[in-house]
Design a protein around this ligand. Structure first.
Ligand code: NAG
Ligand code: NAG
Ligand code: NAG
Ligand code: NAG
Ligand code: NAG
Ligand code: NAG
Ligand code: NAG
Ligand code: NAG
Ligand code: NAG
Length: 707
């Protein structure tokens, strides 16, 4: 039995219980019609013009593929021994009696996305062998007796897909009534809101049930008879809680994206639960779920809840909160469940956990001994919580740990094993970014022999120099030399000012991120020793003006954006870069030979935010043809008058040399014409002088004279 408790939940702590969730109606995903229409048209054209007389269906062995043909009925010209018939994306609005009688051997029928409204009651009368039926994405809806009747003939049906219709619980109960051999059922994207014992009561063989994206807010004993159910998907519903969970045979339960505040399994069962994966992410859990006392649970996904551990509160004298909570079930015949909230046994059996995802919760600390109960833990994800201190020691963390993500917390203190004997032997990924770590054990990296990726970005941590106090237990820097496992190191925004010589020598770094360390003093030999391995180097926003990149022959990706480069370092020309970010520098151009050399290997380049000269854009014309200029639309240049133009739309003739020449020619031609005109005028004027002069005088005096 499995109940979903009702509104009369007691308040466990003196905190307001969130309001009873109201069912919201999510919009159903709208299917894009365009591709199917396109397909329809293409299919139609092909059948019309290429094989006008052949069946529209593609036949292989005993399979007929008739998808996307605007069919409005089941084709009648297929071999009668057809076993698999696919009619997806057609226009079959109703499945009529007799249409399938021609194909009695049918084992699998797919009629998805047809706008199917109903199936006549005898449509499957002769389909005794049908094992798989797909009626997804149609318009089957309640109040239609015939469709329900029609499925009753399918005594051998194993797989049924009814997702994406408008099925309510009453209709589902009717449809499923006689499907006693069903093993896999999907009812996702329908209109189910409340499930009770009647709906799945005959599906004794069911192994997999998908109820994703309905409007479920209550489940009352609906799964009691499903003794073979192994996978249950309840994601994207409105369930407020899951209590008295006792489906011991279930292997995967997905109840993510609900409104679940409590998950409580039946603590009185001695059986071992088969549960391996429990997904309760995106819910409203306040407490770590009360897991089965015996299980093989391996993956526990609890991200995006409100989980915290309250043992510190419970043990402190300052508070006198009730430490127990009673769950009153809706049905009177079930005993009330009383739970001691601080009782560690309620965490249940976590001894087989391999993945624990607690990202996006409110965790400040773990109860004593909690993490040690997971001797097989492989991945621990604590991103975006409220951790203030962290002890990376094998006594505290399971020695099996491979990935630890504590990014985006409030960690100020980091403690780690000091002994030379390595403890967290398998820790490979460590993400501590976005915390407030200012001091840490400088030998952190060397105490983790498998460490391959370390992210310390957005803390205030530097790199220790060789002669710095390296025997101190704590320092404001970390030693990154001779870490032979380290491949990726992210030190973005760490306020690093001085990067000592040979800072990473002996560490085979492939990826080094030093961006956003404004005012970083990068010495010529700071990165010495990385020449043979480094493939990505991030130096964006570091105040850099110049650097010799020639030692890094394996570099494939370089970020020197937001710096003060006024010309590209010549040392880049010896590299075979594929990605280059040059944004926001002071470049006025990229000389022609440089552009040609870079374009030989570059695949992507980012260039906007420079002071490119509109009349020196040859680099752009080289790149345009050969390289993906990722931010092309945003790239501007300045003309002679310092006005800004988009590089793409700039008219090169305005400043090209050849056009200037033609202006001079034009001026020369124009002035010589004027000169000739003036001389002719002068000549005429002088030769006709006697006659012209009196007239001029006459005009001037404005008097009529008679000769
Ligand atoms: C469906 O099952 C009921 C009994 O559960 C039976 O009476 C009925 O005949 C079955 N219907 C068909 C069409 O087989
Ligand atoms: C649970 O369902 C959601 C929604 O379909 C899916 O994104 C998620 O991956 C599922 N969880 C597991 C563990 O499969
Ligand atoms: C579980 O085991 C305990 C002791 O082994 C026993 O007292 C209890 O009755 C058992 N519970 C069930 C439901 O079998
Ligand atoms: C709580 O108070 C009792 C007596 O008042 C004292 O013995 C005990 O140590 C206190 N516990 C804590 C955690 O302060
Ligand atoms: C559950 O608790 C309620 C409230 O205290 C009580 O009325 C009811 O009888 C209890 N039910 C059982 C089965 O103990
Ligand atoms: C970290 O854990 C280890 C092992 O339990 C312990 O010895 C050490 O004192 C802890 N460090 C701090 C600062 O809590
Ligand atoms: C570390 O990983 C290796 C292989 O991945 C495994 O054989 C070994 O048992 C692990 N060590 C620990 C302490 O978990
Ligand atoms: C570390 O975590 C941050 C924030 O959660 C994320 O953005 C970053 O990509 C992670 N680093 C690595 C190397 O995965
Ligand atoms: C280069 O570094 C800057 C500064 O950190 C960043 O904003 C930008 O996204 C990086 N470029 C690429 C291509 O990742």
């Amino acid at each position: 039995m499995w109940l979903c408790c009702g509104a009369n939940l007691p308040v466990p702590l003196r905190r307001r219980t969130p309001a009873w969730p109201l069912a919201k109606y999510e919009k159903m995903p709208v299917l894009s019609l365009f591709p199917s229409l396109l397909g329809l048209t293409l299919g139609y054209l092909m059948t019309t013009f290429c094989h006008p007389h052949a069946s529209v269906c593609k036949l292989t062995q005993r399979m007929a593929l008739c998808d996307l043909h605007q069919l409005s009925s089941v084709p009648r010209d297929l071999p009668t021994d057809t076993e698999d018939l696919s009619l997806n994306n057609n226009q079959i609005k109703g499945l009529k009696n007799g249409w399938l009688s021609r194909y009695p051997q049918l084992r699998s029928l797919s009629c998805a996305n047809n706008g199917l409204k109903m199936v006549e009651s005898n449509a499957f009368r002769d389909s005794h062998h049908l094992e798989s039926l797909n009626l997804a994405e149609n318009s089957l809806h309640p109040g239609d007796g015939q469709t329900g009747q029609s499925l009753h003939f399918l005594a051998r049906l194993k797989v049924l897909d009814l997702s994406g219709n408008s099925i309510t619980e009453d209709m589902a109960a009717e449809l499923l009534q006689n499907l006693t051999s069903l093993e896999r059922l999907s009812l996702s994207r329908n209109l189910l809101s409340r499930l009770d014992g009647s709906i799945f009561s005959n599906l004794h063989q069911l192994k997999e049930l998908n109820l994703e994206r309905n409007q479920l807010y209550e489940i009352d004993r609906a799964f009691d008879n499903l003794n073979n159910l192994q996978r249950l998907n309840l994601a994207f519903n409105f369930l407020p809680c899951l209590v008295n969970f006792e489906m011991t045979q279930l292997v995967v339960l997905n109840a993510s994206h609900n409104n679940i505040e409590w998950f409580i399994s039946n603590q009185d069962l001695n059986d071992t639960f088969q549960l391996e994966t429990l997904d309760l992410s995106e819910n409203k859990l306040f407490f770590f779920p009360f897991l089965p006392p015996h299980s093989h649970l391996r993956n526990l996904l609890l991200s995006q809840n409100k989980i915290s551990f309250y043992d510190l509160l419970a043990n402190s004298n300052k508070t006198n909160w009730d430490s127990s909570v009673v769950f009153y079930n809706l049905q009177g015949n079930v005993s009330n469940v009383t739970a001691e909230l601080w009782d560690e046994s309620l965490h249940g059996d976590i001894s087989s956990l391999e993945l624990l995802d607690l990202s996006g919760n409110l965790i400040t600390n773990f109860p004593r001994g909690f993490l040690q109960q997971m001797p097989h833990l492989y991945q621990l994800r604590l991103r975006t919580n409220c951790m203030e201190s962290l002890n990376i020691t094998s006594g505290v963390l399971p020695a099996t740990l491979y990935e630890l993500d504590v990014s985006n917390n409030m960690v100020t203190e980091l403690h780690a094993g000091q002994s030379s004997v390595s403890e967290l032997n398998n820790l490979t990924h460590l993400n501590l970014s976005l915390n407030d770590i200012r001091r840490l054990p400088p030998k952190l990296f060397s105490s983790l022999p498998r460490l391959s990726t370390a992210d310390l970005s957005y803390n205030t941590i530097g790199i220790c120099s060789q002669n710095e106090v390296t025997n101190a237990s704590y320092a404001d820097c970390v030693i990154s030399r001779n870490i032979i496992s380290l491949k990726q190191l992210h030190l973005v925004g760490c306020d690093i000012v001085d990067l000592p010589p040979f800072a990473f020598e002996g560490s085979p770094l492939i990826n080094l991120e030093l961006s956003n360390n404004v005012g970083l003093h990068l010495r010529p030999d700071s990165l010495a020793g990385l020449g043979e391995t480094l493939q990505h180097l991030g130096l964006g926003n570091t105040g850099l003006r110049d650097f010799d990149f020639s030692p890094f022959h394996h570099l494939k990706s370089l970020n020197i954006s937001q710096n003060s480069f006024s010309q590209l370092p010549q040392s880049l020309m010896g590299l075979d870069l594929k990605v280059l970010d040059l944004r926001d520098n002071n470049l006025t151009t990229i000389p022609g030979e440089q552009a040609i050399r870079l374009a030989q290997t570059l695949e992507s380049v980012f260039v906007n935010g420079n002071r490119f000269n509109c009349c020196h854009l040859d680099w752009y014309r080289t790149f345009e043809k050969l390289v993906n200029i990722v931010d092309l639309e945003e790239v501007n240049c300045l003309d002679r008058t310092h006005s800004t133009h988009s590089v793409v739309h700039f008219d090169r003739h305005v400043c090209g040399d050849s056009s200037q020449e033609s202006i001079w020619w034009f001026i020369l031609l124009f002035s010589s014409v004027i000169l000739i005109f003036l001389s002719i005028t002068g000549f005429i004027f002088l030769t006709l002088k006697p006659r012209v002069l009196p007239k001029a005088i006459k005009k001037k005096c404005w008097k009529a004279t008679s000769y």
